[in-house]
Design a protein. Sequence first.
Length: 270
Amino acid sequence: MSLTERETHFEFGENWKNYSKTIDQKRIDSAVVGVKKLFPHGLAGKTFLDIGCGSGLHTLAALLLGAASVTAVDIDENSVSTTQALLTKHAPNPNWTAKIASIFDASPDMLGKFDVVYSWGVLHHTGDMWGAIERAADLVKPGGQFAIAIYSTTSCDSMWKAEKKFYSRAPRPVQWSIRQVYMAAFLAAKTLLGGNPISYVRHYSEVRGMNFSHDAHDWLGGYPYETGTPEELLERVSALGFKEVRSFRLPATTGLFGAGCNEFVFAKLL
């Protein structure tokens, strides 16, 4: 499998392109809240690299939080074109660029180094998660920050890896059927646990601006797929010359309906 070719990965860009049609001010505001959680002091005057820009929503959030310039990269041309369209419409700061690039082709010579390197829920889909993390970390300036979100390890990892490999290659009608079964089972389980499934779906966009159906497709098809424990992430990134600034760690779960992401912000030592 070539790690730099889009065809070897799930069609995230197509999903993001479709999702972008639903982006409104409420979703933009939710994305800003999600990014500000990681950078509570804002991003004023910072150079910002978004690795795996997807819909461009969090690239836009960085600009709204005051980033001086933003570079967005993605392996998928649909993600890049979607990001370009969103930023052209909404970005208050014209100092941005979005381009097609794999993290495995990225280097300081190619992109430069940044005050902030951000990659939320992306590097575990590259086919070489630890290698991708090392590549991304190399793009951080001394004293800069490195923010990543990586799927948490669960006891169902092998099951989900097999499911994602099948789903990502399945015809669209088959994907649709699997998605309906998954969403129905997920909401039924939430009801049994005393939750309100209607309210859950209605307010789903408040979670980083996403919506339930697009997120389900993203989860079910997200292949390649790797995970890591918080302890592994801290140890591996610290060994690259970083220290933890803040983190949002998930409690251990079985992962029966999926895995969430552990979020870390690291600072590169001078």
